[in-house]
Design a protein around this ligand. Structure first.
Ligand SMILES: NC(=O)c1ccc[n+]([C@@H]2O[C@H](COP(=O)([O-])OP(=O)(O)OC[C@H]3O[C@@H](n4cnc5c(N)ncnc54)[C@H](OP(=O)(O)O)[C@@H]3O)[C@@H](O)[C@H]2O)c1
Length: 249
């Protein structure tokens, strides 16, 4: 088999970059590809310069070019895409913070969160599915959030983010049913990374007790352990927190 590759969508975000660092350390032979919104960010890695793949999840015209760029990188490295991590996401828009109540619900913000957090990850898989092996093991892992749980919704609030993550979860359950036919060895995992000290969580940093807040490196180490355990298990779908504990749908 050719060299294995992992692609991290949102691989320069808080949790995404920490996952990339953890993977580079634990699996140095794996080809690591990362995407971000803006083109041509260049960062140093152990093999020299690394050019980020560009994909703005809001722009449906970009997905085909993105998939072609991923395919070219894989071919150049004689690598097979066996792990797709989707670590992108937004909690709020530039104009609208998470809603405290229904009166703050704003249609434009709702649409943007649905696009980035729910539709975008599905379109990524749609574009990249032809690159995932049909007869070998693979893994699609997506950063969801505990607040996407309908069963666990006791506090209310955050309408757009909750709805977007719940829709994300439903989308990937549906995907896993389809993959059980065409990609039988593909594992699907929805993950809650914990409350992590990143730009996304920064506006709420003060309301989180220090002992509940993880650094991106801590969260990434936990998430990687959960993903590796999933990769040793029968393919299917799971919605797990950073400790590997199932979250009610
Ligand atoms: N932090 C937490 O406490 C927490 C808790 C629960 C769930 N999560 C989930 O974990 C995931 C990662 O969050 P984070 O804390 O690492 O946030 P972050 O540091 O803000 O990173 C977010 C990432 O999403 C990417 N992104 C945002 N909008 C995009 C768009 N339109 N197109 C493409 N990429 C886009 C960003 O790309 P650029 O690098 O180009 O900006 C960035 O890589 C999210 O799905 C979030 O919902 C986080």
């Amino acid at each position: 088999m050719s060299r294995q590759a992992t692609l991290i969508v949102g691989g320069y975000g808080g949790v995404g970059a920490a996952l990339a660092d953890a993977l580079a350390e634990q699996e140095p032979k794996t080809l690591l590809l990362r995407s971000r919104r803006a083109q041509s960010a260049v960062t140093a890695n152990s093999e020299g310069a690394e050019h980020a793949l560009a994909l703005d999840l809001r722009d449906t015209r970009q997905y085909a070019d993105f998939a072609a760029a991923v395919k070219a990188r894989l071919a150049a490295a004689d690598a097979t895409l066996t792990r797709l991590l989707i670590a992108s996401g937004i909690l709020q828009t530039a104009a609208q913070r998470p809603e405290r109540g229904l009166r703050e619900l704003d249609a434009a913000a709702f649409h943007e969160l649905m696009t980035v957090d729910a539709l975008g990850p599905l379109l990524v898989v749609q574009a990249l599915l032809p690159l995932l092996p049909r007869r070998e093991a693979s893994h699609i892992a997506v950063l969801s959030a505990r607040v996407g749980s309908i069963g666990d919704n006791r506090l209310g609030g955050w309408y757009s983010y909750r709805c977007a993550k719940a829709a994300l979860n439903q989308g990937f359950v549906t995907l896993s049913r389809e993959l059980a036919r065409g990609h039988k060895h593909c594992q699907v995992t929805l993950l809650h990374p914990g409350t992590v000290d990143t730009a996304l969580a920064a506006p709420f940093r003060d309301s989180v007790p220090d002992d509940s807040l993880q650094t991106p490196a801590q969260s990434a180490a936990h998430l990687l352990a959960v993903m590796q355990a999933r990769e040793a298990a029968e393919p299917g779908i799971a919605y797990l927190d950073w400790a590997g504990k199932p979250i009610p749908w």
